[in-house]
Design a protein. Structure first.
Length: 443
């Protein structure tokens, strides 16, 4: 049964991926569950098109770790085997730190070897333990749904398989596995729950049903929230600017929304628009994010992750890559017939009338020949008006230009360094001339 189930699942993955061949990485621990998974895949590889990679993290917690590592090195092809040895993994919150190290390592190998999926051996009983732990913690709906069968490139083929089935398979096929002594140590939270709490709850029909009910409700609510999120994402204003994507999320669309909704929303946004899944954050992070959305001042910045920022504007939240801030012309560039800039393209054409569109600027040949230069905005810039002068930053405010766009905004100046054109915002008026140049700006 377990063999047939796994074969069916891999066939479906091949079909879904539109591939005839899959590279599969196994998160191996040496224990019964991952050894069972490894054995099945090795027996299967001649019947179905898969290449197997084995990855193991040695936490050096006991002699068990070295035994497993030695077994791997002797038993499996070295080119497809990857081992990470960890020393001094923090004892405080060891389980959490170990998990982070393991998944970071698995993802590194997956990318390095161009692997399609990473398989872990989480099974039905693990799922029950996880849901129970989240129930005890008072976690939100997302975490109460437990371990997900498929999440990005992580796949858990045993998730609906009970431990008893795994034991039967290992016994029948004489699968070699090792018993980790740390699994008996109840100082670790999961072990305590597995050894003490789970047996008692499984013997109590009411409690078992209650926990399963919580899980089902969570899954139902997540499904509903995802539907709302997709609808919101489909109506987002999307601007492509200088090779970057800027998203405009209306503040009213996220006001008073539950944390679950926000978690799903920002994870979906990162995945769809920025190809990023880096949003595994603590509860304190989400509390800070909600505070930012609800009460931060215009122009405030929030770091969503190490790549993406949120900027608070008057009626919306602007989402953008931090690299967008680096779009800046530090040293002014003299205009030629054509200039390809980091923030757009300028074309200069001879002999045109005074009629100009919003993205065009008319200047006499004499003034053009004296020198016209392109740069980006800098603090302290000002323009001359009929009565005095005005700071460019104040003009930006008048035109409701989001602060995140200021640094990359195009400025044209003359040879004396006086600003003559800010596309869509300001134009210096020159005396009429028969011989003109027309400067055209395209972002």
């Amino acid at each position: 049964m377990i063999y047939k189930s796994l074969k069916t699942q891999i066939s479906q993955l091949l079909k879904d991926s539109n591939k005839e061949f899959l590279k599969i990485q196994i998160s191996y621990s040496g224990g019964m569950d991952s050894s069972c998974l490894l054995d099945i895949l090795y027996r299967m590889k001649n019947q179905i098109n898969i290449q197997i990679f084995i990855s193991y993290v040695n936490y050096n917690t006991s002699s068990y770790s070295s035994i497993v590592q030695n077994y791997m090195q002797k038993s499996f092809p070295q080119k497809n085997t990857f081992i990470k040895s960890v020393k001094n993994c923090k004892n405080k919150n060891f389980e959490s730190n170990a998990r982070k190290i393991r998944y970071n390592f698995l993802e590194k190998i997956r990318k390095q070897e161009n692997i399609d999926y990473t398989f872990t051996a989480h099974h039905f009983d693990d799922q029950f333990e996880t849901i129970l732990m989240k129930f005890i913690d008072g976690s939100d709906e997302i975490t109460k749904q437990g371990v997900r069968k498929k999440y990005d490139k992580i796949y858990r083929p045993f998730l609906f398989i009970k431990k008893t089935e795994i034991k039967k398979y290992c016994s029948k096929h004489n699968v070699i596995y090792f018993k980790d002594p740390t699994n008996e140590n109840i100082k670790f939270r999961r072990n305590k729950i597995r050894k003490i709490l789970v047996p008692q709850i499984k013997n109590d029909t009411f409690l078992t049903k209650k926990i399963n009910s919580i899980n089902h409700r969570s899954l139902k609510n997540i499904k509903y929230q995802k539907k709302e999120v997709i609808e919101l994402i489909n109506r987002l204003d999307v601007e492509k600017r200088f090779g970057h994507v800027l998203l405009y999320l209306k503040t009213v669309d996220v006001e008073d929304k539950p944390t679950v909704f926000l978690k799903i929303l920002f994870k979906e946004i990162l995945n769809k628009f920025y190809k990023s899944n880096n949003l595994f954050k603590s509860e304190s992070f989400w509390i800070s994010l909600i505070k930012f959305l609800e009460s931060s001042k215009v122009g405030s910045i929030f770091n969503l992750n190490n790549e993406i920022n949120l900027s608070k504007d008057r009626t919306c939240i602007i989402i953008y890559k931090k690299a967008f801030n680096s779009i800046k012309i530090e040293n002014r560039i003299k205009l030629q017939s054509e200039n390809i800039l980091i923030n757009g393209k300028l074309t200069s054409q001879k002999k045109h009338s005074k009629q100009a569109k919003h993205n065009e600027f008319i200047i006499s040949k004499k003034n053009f020949d004296e020198g016209v230069y392109a740069r980006t905005w800098k603090n302290g810039d000002k323009v001359f008006l009929s009565k005095g002068s005005k700071k460019v930053s104040d003009l930006f405010t008048d035109f409701k230009l989001p602060r995140v766009k200021k640094k990359s905004y195009l400025i044209l100046e003359n040879n004396c360094g006086e600003i003559i054109w800010i596309p869509g915002i300001y134009k210096r008026i020159y005396p009429e001339s028969i011989d003109n140049y027309k400067i055209v700006y395209k972002e």
